[in-house]
Design a protein around this ligand. Structure first.
Ligand SMILES: *[C@@H]1O[C@H](CO)[C@@H](O)[C@H](O)[C@H]1NC(C)=O
Ligand SMILES: *[C@@H]1O[C@H](CO)[C@@H](O)[C@H](O)[C@H]1NC(C)=O
Ligand SMILES: *[C@@H]1O[C@H](CO)[C@@H](O)[C@H](O)[C@H]1NC(C)=O
Ligand SMILES: *[C@@H]1O[C@H](CO)[C@@H](O)[C@H](O)[C@H]1NC(C)=O
Ligand SMILES: *[C@@H]1O[C@H](CO)[C@@H](O)[C@H](O)[C@H]1NC(C)=O
Ligand SMILES: *[C@@H]1O[C@H](CO)[C@@H](O)[C@H](O)[C@H]1NC(C)=O
Ligand SMILES: [Ca+2]
Ligand SMILES: [Ca+2]
Length: 938
């Protein structure tokens, strides 16, 4: 018991990793090829383009000064949606796409979302994925008072998140609990002047007054907000209150406050933003420019998206006859043509061996007949050598029949599949690079050319790897993953299921697929098998009890190993059950694939993106696997997410990805599920597939981290001018019922290098603990964290080392030399388990107001040690005798009967749910029970 009040809010943080395909280049300090894409959902509005241009131009000058004459924005491409009226000045897109853009302009899903933010992946110094601006933010000048000018302030703030992987220096929720500000300013620069204001509103009329604070404890009352002076001299910091006119700098080592409980500190090991920026490759690759302003004004090009044009370039060399490859290719490519490729797209087909041949020129998919017709051109026989360049060449020729609009290859896509090597591949690399065409590669089998991925690398294409293991479905999953990068999610096919198993004679494959309310149009159930020429016995029952049997499925004469059922209209929401019996005389692999599209234009479907931190990895670095589960821009929480990693040789590895804010998962409850992967089975390609299941879970609205600070108001000429309070969503809007759902997504492939052959000795330490929290409980200190594993976040560590100090930097810099906590009784639990440890420190006296810091490391049985954890702080305050009730924030919770009267928790870090940051627990001991003196022995 005890009257404990916890102000703990969980804020959402979208951290991830890879910059998928960002093509930004830095040349002589100038950023080029920045892509700002307008979502195809937005109606035509040229002010959006105009305001983007004004914003970036202004930001360029400001960035140049803030980075001490180092960086500026040289060239920006603005991607205009297909449906906006064409203009002569619009150029064609080449390899740019909405999905790969650095900045997107899109409506928030649900209102209240005008805060600009950066979807930031991964740790400190790692690039983010994109910056999201809403049209309102770009069009409504009234928001200037809240976020500051778009160009000079906000864009540079977000760019720093995106490009250099730095974090906010304010705490999203704690600023509004500035209770202990005078002890522990949350601001990077304590020199920002202002007042602590409390605002109370009745109806439309609001009054403000200065917050009351207690003389001795310096505690401010609840609801207190820091309102800065509009005119002041503080030059820092852009990652804190970028809106202040005087702010022109990032915090550096001299102005940085490492004790502030903000994300920058937690993520970047208590270093300042400028230190992190100075540590970036951008910084080391440039030198300052001797000039007062950027040497070039930002140049803009306007590129308009075109209809999707895709050419399948398929290997039919002799090796394709092995392992049933040519038949599996037919099954998989047919799924692409009939179910995946978006209506309105143009598709052509080329095959190659020693020479290449156009099977069909481009045809526009205007109806089902065109799709069916295209499948007739899929190859059915194989023979000859492998000449990849010949295939790519012919692929470039198929667009010849579609006229003026496509006078070049810009923006077209090639899906290049091969299973063989080709010594002459390098002969067409330059041509490919200059073509303006995007090449997606599918490497099939263990002997596919190792250089294949160079094509996708150079052109920003996707990369897949499919094995010959039939029951992994990897070839089908690769083709299913090639949907358009246009951002037009309602037109895209979504994979609900893809599963396969070997079924013995007369045995069954039974299962369930859930169709949720966000999808259901254009739904296909596809059963494939690999031996018999007639289908197995199929029974499929919809949620209403309607039954479909084998005879209701279509088996094409051209492909005797696929049965396909297209559900008319919108498929029933709920669980679909299937029973499939193998009627063949021997066992065979049977698979079930289900795809669908959005049911409504107004409700975005639940989607999954599976990602990795790298495309190519050097042993012994771990891979990190991520799955981003979202509905529109909202994270989906509490789903079960399983990843399957399939190596070139050896069996596939399954692992569960977690959104628990420990190990590889930097943020708890952000809809990004993560895990380290270290079970390497040798060199070569690995493919990734992710399966997501939701059981009656809810989508919750969370604000994003890494967003521009919403300033509550300003003091101008001594007068307090409050901004409109930030609009807050209601509970109904936060808890949208989603029901059950199923999703499957391919995450593409990665390549491992330098994996030692033979037995691997343990080279993987436990992962860094990132969620250490500390708190006083009576006269003890209570620490909690999530257990790391033997190998990063897998397995079980051997022991822990816990250290404490009154100096935060001592723990960071000289961990070994600080005071040890006796951990002999502490045995690590399996990875992912919550650990809890309580101890009484005999030899340290904590005085009123003292803050003690704690950090922890884990050691595995091979004596490999994790990095030093985040640093948790515990502070003790004893309130004065005469504290007036309304000077404390918790006057309503006084309980006379116990020792500890009020415990105010500012879980600054874990506010960021995540665990992140430092958690600071402040105990206030009741004066009555502590008359004896201000000291507490721990
Ligand atoms: C440029 O930065 C310096 C400090 O780094 C600051 O004193 C100066 O006011 C800034 N100039 C502009 C135009 O922002
Ligand atoms: C700078 O980068 C190096 C190497 O990547 C790293 O070891 C070091 O910790 C970084 N310093 C800071 C302040 O992040
Ligand atoms: C392409 O490959 C180069 C060198 O192998 C690598 O440095 C680069 O990051 C890759 N680019 C992409 C977009 O994968
Ligand atoms: C699949 O369903 C059939 C028909 O209900 C049943 O006979 C069979 O035992 C089930 N098989 C499995 C593996 O569940
Ligand atoms: C399945 O096909 C049979 C006849 O082939 C037809 O009578 C029945 O209505 C079909 N079932 C469904 C659910 O469409
Ligand atoms: C889905 O199909 C229904 C008819 O069943 C149609 O009214 C709706 O517009 C379709 N949704 C989309 C996004 O095409
Ligand atoms: Ca997460
Ligand atoms: Ca280990």
């Amino acid at each position: 018991k005890g009257t404990m009040r916890v102000f703990k809010s969980l804020v959402l943080l979208f951290l991830l990793l890879v910059v998928r395909g960002s093509m930004v280049q830095l040349k002589n300090g100038g950023y080029e090829d920045i892509v700002i894409a307008i979502n195809p959902e937005l109606s035509e509005n040229h002010n959006i383009i105009r305001n983007i241009q004004a914003m970036v131009k202004e930001a360029s000058t400001y960035l140049f000064n803030a980075t001490k004459q180092r960086f500026f924005f040289k060239a920006v491409k603005i991607l205009i949606p297909l449906h906006w009226l064409p203009k002569p000045e619009y150029l064609s897109v080449k390899t740019e796409s909405y999905d790969k853009a650095d900045v997107i302009v899109a409506n928030p899903y649900l209102k209240y979302g005008d805060d600009p933010y950066t979807l930031q992946y991964g740790g400190c110094g790692e690039k983010g994925r994109y910056i999201h601006f809403t049209p309102d933010f770009l069009l409504n000048d009234n928001l200037y008072n809240i976020y500051g000018s778009r160009g000079t302030k906000v864009f540079v703030h977000e760019w720093a998140h995106l490009r250099w992987g730095v974090f906010d220096e304010y705490n999203n929720d704690a600023p509004f609990y500035v209770l202990f500000l005078s002890y522990l300013p949350f601001r990077c620069s304590a020199s920002v002047t202002g007042k602590y204001i409390v605002q109370s509103c009745t109806g439309n009329s609001c009054t403000t007054r200065e917050c009351k604070s207690d003389e001795q404890t310096k505690l401010y009352e609840a609801g207190c907000k820091f309102v800065p002076e509009k005119t002041q001299n503080a030059p820092a910091s852009i990652m804190y209150m970028q809106s202040l006119p005087s702010v022109v700098e990032f915090c550096d080592q001299s102005t940085h406050n490492e004790k502030a409980t903000n994300l920058q500190n937690k993520m970047c090991n208590y270093h300042s933003t400028w230190e992190i920026i100075m540590n970036s490759t951008d910084f080391s690759n440039t030198s300052p420019i001797n000039s007062a302003s950027p040497p070039f004004e930002t140049a803009f090009s306007l590129l308009q998206t075109k209809d999707r044009v895709v050419c399948l370039v398929l290997d039919v060399s002799g090796s394709m006859a092995a392992n049933n490859r040519i038949k599996r290719l037919k099954q998989a490519a047919e799924i692409f043509l009939l179910q995946i490729i978006e209506t309105g797209s143009w598709v052509g087909i080329v095959t190659f061996q020693s020479t290449a041949q156009i099977e069909t020129y481009l045809q526009q998919i205007i109806n089902e007949n065109v799709r069916q017709d295209l499948t007739k051109y899929l190859p059915i026989s194989a023979g000859g050598g492998t000449n990849i360049c010949a295939g790519v060449h012919k692929g470039f020729e198929v667009k010849e029949n579609i006229g003026e609009n496509y006078s070049n290859l810009y923006g077209s896509e090639i899906v290049l599949l091969t299973d063989g090597e080709d010594g002459g591949m390098s002969s067409c690399l330059t041509e490919v690079k200059n073509s303006g065409s995007i090449i997606h590669t599918i490497a099939l089998g263990p002997n596919a050319a190792p250089e294949l991925e160079q094509f996708s690398n150079m052109t920003g294409g996707l990369r897949f790897y499919a094995t010959d293991t039939v029951d992994s479905n990897s070839l089908i999953d690769a083709f299913s993953g090639i949907s358009s990068g246009s951002g037009n999610i309602s037109e895209q096919s979504i994979q609900l299921e893809s599963t396969a198993q070997s079924v013995t004679v007369k045995q069954w494959m039974n299962g369930t697929v859930t169709v949720d309310s966000t999808v259901g149009n254009d739904t296909f159930f596809v059963v494939t098998w690999d031996r018999s020429t007639s289908p197995p016995d199929i029974l499929l029952r919809d949620p209403k009890g309607k039954e479909y049997r084998t005879s209701n499925f279509t088996v094409s004469d051209l492909n005797l190993r696929t049965a396909r059922l297209n559900i008319a209209g919108t498929a029933e929401v709920g669980d679909w059950y299937y029973w499939i019996q193998n009627k063949h005389t021997e066992s065979q692999v049977i698979s079930m694939i289900v795809t669908s599209r959005a049911a409504s234009l107004a409700v975005p479907p639940v989607t999954v993106k599976a990602l990795m931190n790298k495309d190519t990895n050097n042993f012994p670095n771990p891979m990190v696997i991520y799955a981003e589960v979202s509905q529109g821009f909202l994270p989906v929480l509490d789903a079960t997410v399983m990843a399957t990693v399939e190596p070139q040789t050896g069996s596939a590895v399954e692992l569960q990805l977690l959104d628990d804010g420990s190990g590889a998962d930097i943020t708890k409850n952000d809809g990004v599920y993560s895990k380290y992967f270290t079970s390497f089975r040798g060199n070569g390609r690995y493919n990734l597939k992710v399966r997501v299941q939701g059981k009656d879970k809810t989508v919750r609205l969370r604000r994003r981290q890494s967003r521009a600070l919403y300033v509550p108001g300003y003091i101008e000429n001594g007068e307090i001018k409050m901004n409109a309070p930030r609009p807050e969503p209601s509970d109904d809007e936060i808890q949208a019922k989603l029901g059950s759902f199923n999703r499957v997504a391919s995450g593409g492939s990665f390549v491992m290098e330098n994996v030692p052959s033979g037995g691997i000795t343990d080279v993987f330490p436990p992962c860094k603990i990132i969620d250490l929290e500390a708190q006083y409980e009576e006269d003890k200190i209570h620490l909690s964290w999530t257990a790391p594993g033997n190998d990063f976040d897998v397995g079980q560590a051997d022991k822990y080392i816990i250290k404490m100090s009154e100096s935060l930097l001592a723990l960071r810099n000289t961990f070994e030399d600080t005071t040890s906590v006796n951990t002999s009784s502490l045995v690590p639990k399996p990875a992912g388990t919550k650990e809890s440890f309580q101890f009484k420190s005999e030899n340290v006296t904590i005085e009123n107001g003292t803050i003690i810091y704690f950090a922890i490391r884990a050691i595995d049985n091979a004596s490999l040690t994790s990095e030093v954890s985040n640093i948790a702080q515990a502070a003790l305050f004893i309130p004065p005798k005469e504290s007036s009730p309304d000077s404390t924030p918790n006057d309503d919770v006084i309980n006379e009967g116990i020792n500890i009267l009020t415990i105010v928790l500012i879980v600054a870090g874990s506010i960021i749910a995540v665990s992140i940051a430092v958690s600071m627990f402040v105990c206030i001991l009741h004066k009555k029970n502590r008359r004896g003196g201000p000291e507490l022995r721990m």
